[in-house]
Design a protein around this ligand. Structure first.
Ligand code: FE2
Length: 384
């Protein structure tokens, strides 16, 4: 068995850890670019802490899911202000943007020089600017991953910048930062976390370290996502979800994902839809199809038993089998009011284009079994 595992140099986890942002950032430099979500006012307490530690900060807000152009502008801002460090504060969009900006500010060039699939795929050779990642949602795990997902509007898809040099130097995970998330965001980000635990656990590149994190993370989502959605101030549930998100980040970065993320990258590039909602709509269909395809073509695959184990972790029932897990995910998605793909604007006429693009997406490569075009069509039509 061979595997490797990458992680930030330090991870600080726990309620109230935001207070440590000042001294941590001061250890990385004196001039910071702070990449936030669309409302930079949410970062005001952070900015006060940085100021108190003698750090001059320039704020760069990301107004939605990041594009190549936003990253170009953020990189220019980092260079013209002489930023010595980058702080990402927010959901997956600002964190991914911060990682891309920290990489490009150090390496020079354009995002498309380095991006997978749509770009030239050159390696990022120089270390990124030091990066402190502070998530304020519980879903993407971006604070510990090595890629940044960017939309390329000229290509109409999302694709990644990916390099070991992009793993943030420091990750600070304070579950209290997620208390104010509205229920719809709790649902979509939490279901992204769940997908990012189930896909690595059942992918073709898993390893024992990732497996342990996935088992622990899936159980936490199962017991806490509904509670965090119903009561955002349920501290124990928020802590579980922040941990599940962190574990999912480790899992996807160190194993891989599957067809849900292959599809969701394509759909997210073509439609304005929350990433987690797209994943949630696809997840039960991909689980069911992967299992059926494995039974047909690789009946001895050890992954088949893993779908039964996922079902036991989700339902808490020692006798549960794969179908029960699929049904559990479906029920949860309905209970949390996650919109269907149709509600996100996806129509049956879009199926051929989405399937062609998803078949070559990087997420699809670690799917436990190669799916045929007909199987991909069936999944997508089911999710619409
Ligand atoms: Fe995801």
């Amino acid at each position: 068995m061979n595997f490797e595992f990458s992680a930030p140099q330090r991870i600080l986890f726990g309620p109230g850890t935001l207070k440590q942002a000042g001294p941590l950032a001061r250890g990385l430099g004196r001039r910071a670019l702070i990449v936030t979500g669309r409302d930079p006012a949410r970062a005001a307490p952070l900015l006060d802490m940085l100021k108190a530690h003698g750090i001059s900060a320039v704020v760069f807000p990301i107004p939605g899911e990041p594009t190549t152009d936003m990253v170009r502008r953020g990189t220019a801002r980092a260079l013209e202000t002489g930023a010595e460090l980058v702080v990402g504060f927010g959901g997956g969009s600002p964190l991914d943007s911060a990682k891309a900006i920290a990489a490009l500010a150090a390496n020079g060039g354009d995002p498309l020089d380095y991006m997978e699939v749509v770009g030239r795929g050159q390696p990022l050779l120089k270390p990124s600017l030091p990066l402190l990642a502070i998530p304020t949602t519980a879903g993407t795990g971006s604070e510990v991953t090595r890629n940044a997902v960017l939309a390329s509007p000229e290509h109409g898809v999302k694709a990644s910048l990916r390099s070991l040099t992009m793993v943030p130097r420091l990750a600070l995970v304070d579950p209290e930062l997620t208390f104010d998330l509205p229920p719809a965001v709790t649902a979509s980000t939490g279901l992204d976390a769940l997908t990012q635990l189930i896909e690595p656990f059942t992918c073709n590149r898993s390893n024992p370290l990732v497996d342990a994190l996935c088992r622990a993370g899936i159980a936490r989502v199962a017991r806490s996502l509904r509670r965090a959605w119903a009561d955002g101030r349920d501290a124990a549930a928020r802590e579980d979800m922040a941990l599940a998100s962190l574990f999912g980040g480790f899992a996807l970065a160190n194993a891989g994902l599957g067809a849900v993320h292959g599809f969701s990258g394509v759909v997210g590039g073509m439609f304005k839809a929350p990433h987690g909602a797209v994943c949630a709509a696809l997840l039960p269909h991909v689980m069911a199809m992967n299992r059926a395809a494995l039974q047909r073509r690789q009946p001895r695959s050890s992954i088949l038993a893993r779908y039964d184990e996922v079902a036991r972790l989700l339902t808490g029932d020692a006798d549960a089998v794969a179908e029960d897990g699929v049904a559990w995910v479906r029920e949860l998605t309905t209970a949390l009011g996650v919109p269907s793909l149709a509600a996100c604007g996806v129509a049956n006429s879009d199926v051929p284009v989405i399937v062609e693009r998803a078949a070559v997406a990087s997420g699809t490569k670690a799917n436990p079994v190669e799916l045929t075009r007909a199987e991909l069509v069936e999944i997508l039509e089911g999710a619409i």
